[in-house]
Every structure is written in structure tokens, then in C-alpha cells.
Design a protein around this ligand. Structure first.
Ligand code: ISL
Length: 577
């Protein structure tokens, strides 16, 4: 059989008219919605673009970059919290849910930014942090002042006369989730840092306050809500003793109490339905049943959830196998094949950079491996979430010393490691690899001073590799990670099969290539992704049905009959006929 090369991706094969029709006939199983068809871009506002020189990104910076954001082809933006806050956890400790932290600008700036997004057809998703507030919130200040204060029941308390409360794990505080508060001789609960007391969702007044906050923002025009740490919102307030070691699986013990569903349903009728918005849960419980119950459209709770299995498997430098990676995505896809909807993500502000964890940051492979991962992200079923900087392949930053860390989670983990007498050198290696600070460095706009982030010293050290990785250089290179992302976003938008089509894993056992098809009616696409730094071949009967090459991150593709050889981290999307 003659061996031949395809030169240049056949982008011109796309036909948007045909696809509009295709979308219309979509969805025996799925009702079409904009948030299923959307591509989401996550902006960590303090690290995006600083216009006033204070070293922190701001709304005006985002406004300045609106055209860039639009040019990515994304259709939704989720922005991390920008509310009034003492910033113990970079804004996930809110002291006033209706006020903007001055670091980001003011309400007028927010409105201008929102309008800018809307003018470009981009929907805006607000981060709602209501599992807990900041200790500086007026509610907590009141609640703390006396046991009879009307706000006391907005939080969870354990009176000290009952003794020490049963141990509860805190995600950020090595000393546990109960904090003694002397003025009223009681302990209060904090699942995260001690400055983040948990709100009491069992109290209907508190729930009403939350719905009012959501309505306030919905009335301003936001289109969706990301419910932070939401699986923990409802608790078993008899505060049972949990078995020893339960903290290893704390979501199972602390998350998804049955009454959470009642509250979500209430929220749906109070806010989601009335304002025609959507909500995505951070966390999907500990079983598929949990996840389904959250997002089953017939239950009227949330509309989308994201799970942590992928990020959990990549928290240490030891590599999982490609087979495990495929298995996670395949299981989650199958669980939602008929009903419900999930988000697809590989990175966010709580994780190290995508290319370090799933690709190859070595300069030789960084470009193809990031392109390959972005191809994957944008060709799965589920709404793709891409994190700022991943569209240009930003990488981890090297921070071997604990003194350089500012993140409350990193500091808490370090304290815990010290207390347990762990090997600190080994601990620091893992922290350096996996810490959330890796994903929070200033956006690398160009190779000028401060990477074009702003005139002041950035709040976080710029990654030294900005001279090789930055937007302005990638803008002019047709083969850059950035331009590949744009092409891929365009292909997703023009091919409903990538949104709604069935997913079928092929050759699960192939050690290097992730191969799958997406099928909708008579449309069928084949996705082939080489996850290795070696040239690798795969033989599939599907390749015989080749119709067009929609995406290729190299200039050629080697094919011999039904066998394709992929170059290191090569990613291709083939239309089959
Ligand atoms: O990703 C995690 C740890 O790195 C999770 O355990 C994460 O902390 C948890 O899912 C909750 O995260 C959210 O709430 C936190 C905040 O610090 C995170 O940034 C946010 O995503 C507390 O509000």
C-alpha cells in the first residue's frame, strides 16, 4: 500500500450551514442550551492585566483585553472572586458579597466589563462563595458578638460546655475544622481556613440571603454562577464522630448531605429559573449517583458539575498511566451519556499548570503537547473550561523555598507536614510541582518588563520563561499554541458533533495514543492524540473512512491504509465518511 503524506490541515472543509442544520436535529438525549455549546475561559483577575500599576490585575485590564478574549473563540468567561475581602484566600473569603474589592475597580467598571463581554456574545459566570464567608463579614461579626445575636445561626457553633467537638478535617488548617472563639466560649466550624467560617445552610434565613445575593448579580446581567465548594454547604449538624482516617475521603463524609438537594431545588426556583441563568457546582460528590442527582435536568437543581478525578490523579510528580487517564474520562462520559451534563477541565486556579501535569514542559515538546491537550479539551463531550495562560502554554514556576509562598493552602500543608514530621525536602518537591501558585503567575502578554502585565511590580513573580512564552510572539506565528487553540475553538463551534455527539473510546489499551470517536447522526469524527514524546502508530478500521483533516498540530500526517503514525504529541481530528 502506498505510503503518503497529507500536507496542511484542510480547515476549509468546514461548513457552518450544514452544522446549523445538524444542531437543530441534535439531542434525542440532550436539550440544546448555550452553556452546553459554550467554550469557557477562566480569568484569575489579579493575574490578568494591571492598568493602575498597583501590581494586581483589574477590571480595566480585562476591558483592555476584551478583543483578545473574543479572538480566542471562547463564548463564556468565569472570573474568580473580586468581592470585598480581607484576601486571606485571594478573595475566597468574602466580607461583602455586593461590593467590589477596590483593587479590581468599582461597580461601574464591572458593568462596563460585563457589557463589553455581552457585546461580543460572551456570557459571564460569577463565582459564588457561599459555603463560607470571611470572618470579617458583618454576619460573622454579629454572630460572634453573643450567643443570642440574631446572626448567630448563620454559622455553626459548638458550645464549649459540651467539651471538645468531634474531630473534623479542614482542607487548609492542620489543626482541624473547629476553632475556639473565646468571647462566647464556643467553637465555630471552618472547612477551609480559620478566617473562612462555614455558613449554616440549614437556616432558611441564611439561604434567603444567598438567593438575594444571587438575584442582585443576576439583575446586573450575569449569566451563570459557579458554586464554590458547594458539595460541603449542607452538613449533618448532629456532628457525629467519623471513623478514623475518614479525612482521606472527606467528600464522602462531609459532602452531599441529602438535604442539599432540597436547598438546590429551592435555589433553582428562587433564582436560576426566574433569571434564566445556569449554575455549575464545584465538585460532584463522591459517586456518579451524587453527580447525577445534582445535574439531572428533571430534578431542577444545578445544570452542570465538575469532578476532581483528573486533577486528583495529577497532584504529585509520579505519573499516572495514559490508561488511567482514559479510564477517568471514559467513565465520566458514560455516566452522563444519556442525561445530565458535566464540565471538562484539566486545570484551574487550584492546580499547577496543565502542560506540567498532563503534557511535557520541556521546550522541545511544550508546543505540541499543549496543543494536543487543548485539542483533547475541546473535543470531549461536556463544556470545556480553559484556564488563562493555557492557550499559550504557560508553565509552572520554580519555587523551592516555602518563604516564597503566599497561598493559605500551601502554608497550611507545610505546617501539617512539619507537625507530622514528614521529610520536608520531599514535601517541598511535591509542593513545588503541584502548588496552586504555579497557576497564578501574571499572564505573559509580551517580553517587555513585567511581561506587559502592568507598570507596577506584579503581586506574584513572573515566570522566567516569558521571553519564550508570550501572547505577542504567538500572535504572529500561525503554528503557535495560541493559534491552534483558536482553530480548535472554531472547529468545535462549527461541529455540533463535538458538543453533543456520542463518545466511543478506541483501543483503550494503546499505551501512547488516546483515540476516540464522536458521532452524531451520520456525522463522525475521529480524534487521535499522541500522549508520548515518541513517534507512535495506531491501526484502526475507522481510518479507512477518512473524509477530511479538520485539525492537525503538525504540517503533515503520515498514513498508510488504515494505519496512522503520529509524531510526538501530535493531535489530529479527522472527519470520517
Ligand atoms: O482543589 C482543591 C485543593 O487544591 C480542592 O480541595 C479545593 O480546595 C476545594 O475544591 C475548594 O476550592 C474552592 O474553595 C476554596 C478556594 O480556596 C478554592 O480556590 C476554590 O476553588 C475555599 O473557598
Amino acid at each position: 500500500m502506498k505510503k503518503w503524506l497529507w500536507i496542511c490541515p484542510l480547515m476549509a472543509m468546514l461548513s457552518s450551514c450544514a452544522n446549523v442544520e445538524k444542531k437543530q436535529e441534535v439531542a434525542s438525549a440532550f436539550e440544546r442550551t448555550w452553556w452546553k455549546e459554550g467554550i469557557l475561559y477562566q480569568i484569575y483577575p489579579q493575574s490578568f492585566r494591571d492598568t493602575d500599576g498597583d501590581g494586581f490585575g483589574d477590571f480595566k485590564g480585562v476591558i483592555e483585553k476584551l478583543d483578545y478574549i473574543e479572538s480566542l473563540g471562547i463564548t463564556m468567561v468565569w472570573m474568580n472572586p473580586f468581592f470585598q475581602s480581607p484576601l486571606v484566600d485571594n478573595g475566597y473569603d468574602v466580607s461583602d458579597y455586593r461590593a467590589i474589592h477596590p483593587r479590581y475597580g468599582n461597580m461601574e467598571d464591572f458593568e462596563e466589563m460585563l457589557e463589553g463581554f455581552h457585546q461580543r456574545g460572551i456570557k459571564f459566570v460569577l463565582d459564588v462563595v457561599v459555603n463560607h464567608s470571611s470572618e470579617a463579614h458583618e454576619w460573622f461579626q454579629q454572630a460572634q458578638s453573643s450567643r443570642t445575636n440574631p446572626y448567630r445561626d448563620y454559622y455553626h457553633w459548638w458550645p464549649a460546655e459540651k467539651g471538645v467537638p468531634p474531630y473534623r478535617h479542614s482542607l487548609f488548617d492542620p489543626e482541624g475544622a473547629w476553632e475556639y472563639d473565646a468571647p462566647t466560649d464556643a467553637y465555630y466550624l471552618h472547612t477551609f481556613a480559620e478566617e473562612q467560617p462555614d455558613l449554616n445552610w440549614e437556616n432558611p434565613k441564611l439561604r434567603q440571603e444567598v438567593y438575594d445575593i444571587m438575584k442582585f448579580w443576576a439583575a446586573k446581567g450575569v449569566d451563570g454562577f459557579r458554586m464554590d465548594a458547594f458539595q460541603f454547604a449542607s452538613k449533618d449538624t448532629t456532628w457525629p464522630e467519623f471513623p478514623e482516617g475518614h479525612e482521606k475521603d472527606f467528600v464522602k463524609w462531609y459532602g452531599m448531605r441529602p438535604q442539599l438537594h432540597t436547598y438546590l431545588n429551592e435555589m433553582y426556583h428562587e433564582v436560576i429559573e426566574k433569571y434564566n441563568v445556569f449554575a455549575v457546582a464545584e465538585g460532584a460528590g463522591s459517586t456518579f449517583q451524587d453527580a447525577h442527582d445534582l445535574v439531572d435536568a428533571d430534578r431542577n437543581e444545578l445544570q452542570m458539575a465538575y469532578h476532581f478525578e483528573t486533577v486528583d490523579m495529577s497532584r504529585t510528580p509520579e505519573r499516572y498511566t495514559l490508561a488511567e487517564f482514559k479510564d477517568v474520562f471514559t467513565r465520566w462520559d458514560q455516566a452522563f451519556a444519556e442525561k445530565g451534563w458535566i464540565a471538562i477541565f484539566l486545570s484551574n486556579h487550584d492546580n499547577a499548570r496543565l502542560v506540567n501535569r498532563f503534557g511535557n514542559p520541556n521546550p522541545k515538546f511544550r508546543t505540541p503537547s499543549t496543543q494536543m491537550l487543548n485539542t483533547f479539551l475541546l473535543s470531549m463531550r461536556g463544556t470545556p473550561y480553559t484556564y488563562y495562560g493555557d492557550e499559550i502554554g504557560m508553565t509552572n514556576i520554580d519555587m523551592p523555598n516555602i518563604e516564597d509562598y503566599v497561598d493559605v493552602e500551601a502554608k497550611g500543608k507545610y505546617k501539617a507536614a512539619l507537625a507530622k514530621g514528614e521529610d520536608i525536602d520531599a514535601f517541598m518537591k511535591v509542593l513545588n510541582y503541584s502548588s496552586r501558585e504555579n497557576g497564578r503567575t501574571p499572564m505573559q502578554w509580551n517580553n517587555s518588563t513585567n511581561v506587559g502585565f502592568g507598570s507596577g511590580t506584579p503581586w506574584k513573580r513572573v515566570n522566567e520563561n516569558y521571553t519564550q512564552i508570550n501572547v505577542s510572539e504567538q500572535e504572529v506565528d500561525p503554528n503557535s499554541i495560541l493559534n491552534h487553540f483558536r482553530k480548535m475553538a472554531q472547529v468545535r463551534k462549527e461541529n455540533a458533533v463535538l458538543v453533543y455527539g456520542d463518545y466511543t473510546l478506541l483501543q483503550a489499551e494503546h499505551p501512547d495514543i488516546y483515540a476516540f470517536t464522536r458521532t452524531l447522526g451520520d456525522e463522525k469524527l475521529l480524534v487521535l492524540l499522541n500522549f508520548s514524546e515518541e513517534k507512535t502508530a495506531i491501526t484502526l478500521s475507522e481510518i479507512d473512512h477518512f473524509g477530511a483533516l479538520l485539525i492537525n498540530n503538525y504540517n503533515s500526517l503520515e498514513r498508510e491504509a488504515n494505519k496512522v503514525s503520529l509524531l510526538p504529541y501530535q493531535a489530529v481530528l479527522l472527519k470520517l465518511q
